[in-house]
Structure formats: structure tokens, C-alpha cells
Design a protein around this ligand. Sequence first.
Ligand code: AMP
Length: 299
Amino acid sequence: MLTKPEVIGTIEELRSRLIDAQSRIESERAGRGDDAGGTPRIVLVPTMGALHAGHLTLVRRARSLGEIVVVSIFVNPLQFGAGEDLGTYPRTLDADVAALAAEGVPFVFAPTSQVMYPDGDASTRVTAGTVGSLFEGAARPGHFDGMLTVVAKLFNIVGPDVAVFGQKDAQQVFLVERMLADLDFRTRIEVVPIVREDGGLALSSRNRALEPDQRAAARALSAGLADAASVAGQGAEVALQVAHARIDAEPLVKLDYLVVVDPRTFLPVRALHHGPARMLVAALVGHTRLIDNVALELP
Ligand code: AMP
């Protein structure tokens, strides 16, 4: 039988509930004479809520990776710039908790900003370096410093063995992986492929803000990426031209960037690059900023 997740708002309570959960699992195992499992694994899925099927795919992966799943729901003010959608970002905690109950998630960590930033701001921050100021970071100065800072805090609060992220935010994945290596975190991350709706649009909490005509137009992004992937064997230039042709033909889509990066450095590919690469796109559709990406195999 599925029970409702415990929704926990403070760091102290979460830590003590996780210790309890680990010892309960260990004593249940001991009762069964099963001592093979080691310390029960804690798996974290960090989110900003307004959960959709993409998030739930991450949750299912998390459940397959460890015994104790924690989903955090926190709209992190530190990663929003002035004039961005912090105030209007969708907040649907009751529906989120109901969806997580259906997935058998035991713990939801939903702190307030006051809990996360008791002094009103984080004076110590993680800096994302050069890659943090490209692409999403160029459009959203400080975004990745804010994101890495909250991820570091969540990892210290939850102490996960594994954290699950979505490939949808490819630059985020790259930067989190780099932070974990650079700062010697013991947590490792798992990356889940992009979940799309019929028609290809990548699921996003921000899609709720799209009008029907905008939603239809937004499909040009995933369509352009798919076209590009299908001609990647002819090289990055051809792939870019093909994606541009599809996206530029859609007047409701205001392209911000379309680039091909080397997955090892997240810098734009050089002319001689061959093998795995990733095409990234970002655009405004109305006031809604959308991002997407696809893997390319360059000749
Ligand atoms: P967010 O709530 O937007 O911060 O996203 C929380 C996590 O869900 C991040 O790791 C995202 O990359 C991931 N995610 C969001 N949308 C998708 C999607 N369509 N497919 C896969 N992962 C996603």
C-alpha cells in the first residue's frame, strides 16, 4: 500500500528522519537475517516542483537506485535574476505531493527560503567558472552560481549517495558533475534522458505558461534538433543549417542560441571535432524561455 510522503520543511527534521529510516531498514534486514545490503542508500531528486512526467521519470530512476528516496522541492531564489520569473514560477505543492505519493516516495523536502537562506542571502557561493557564463549563463548571469550553491547545500543537507538529474538541462548536468569532481563530493549523479510530449516538445514546468499557438510553435525547437541529428553525419555546419531552417521559419520562436558543443568541455566544437557532440538550443516563445538539446554523432 502506498502512503503519503512525509513533507519536511526543516534541515534538522529531515536529517533525523533519514537516520531513522536507515536504521529501520537495517533492523528489518537483520530481522530477516539479510545482512548483504550495506548501508541503505539515499537517493535525492532535486526539483523546483510543478512536477510533470519528466520529473516522475527521475523519481522512478531514483527508486531503482536506492532504498530511501528524497525529492526536494525548492524554487531557489538565488538562481533567478532580476526580471526573471521567480514570482510567477508555478508552485503546486499539493499536486506535487499527490504525484509523489503515487510513486511511493517516502520523503519530500520542501524548505522555505528562510530555512535555506536564514540570513536572507548566501554570502558563500559556489562559482561555476567559464562554462557557467556561456549559453544559459550568458542569458542568465549568476544563474549557475545560484544553482550550484543550492545543489551543494542540498547535498550537504540530505547526504545522498546518488542524485538524479535530467539531460534536459545539459549545461546544469555538466556543471554539477564538474563541481562534484572539483570539490570532492562523495555523491555521484545519474542522468535521465529528456522526456518529451507527443510532438516532441521537451516537458518543462514552464510549458504551462504557453498558449496553444505558442505550444505548437515551440515544437520547432525539438523538430529542428531532430532534423539536425539526422544529418549530423554531414558535419556540424550542415546540422546547424538544418536546425536553423526549421526554427527560423517559426515566427513565434525568438531564438537565443543554437550551438554545437563538445561534451567533454562544453565549449563550441572546433572544425576538426568528430564523434559525440551535443546541440543546444534556447529560445523565447512569448515570455517563456525554453531550452532543449540533442546528442549528435559528428563524422
Ligand atoms: P526543475 O524542476 O525544472 O529544476 O527540474 C528538476 C529536474 O528535472 C532537473 O534535473 C531537470 O533536468 C529534470 N527535468 C525537467 N524536465 C525534464 C524532462 N523533460 N526530461 C527529463 N528531465 C527533466
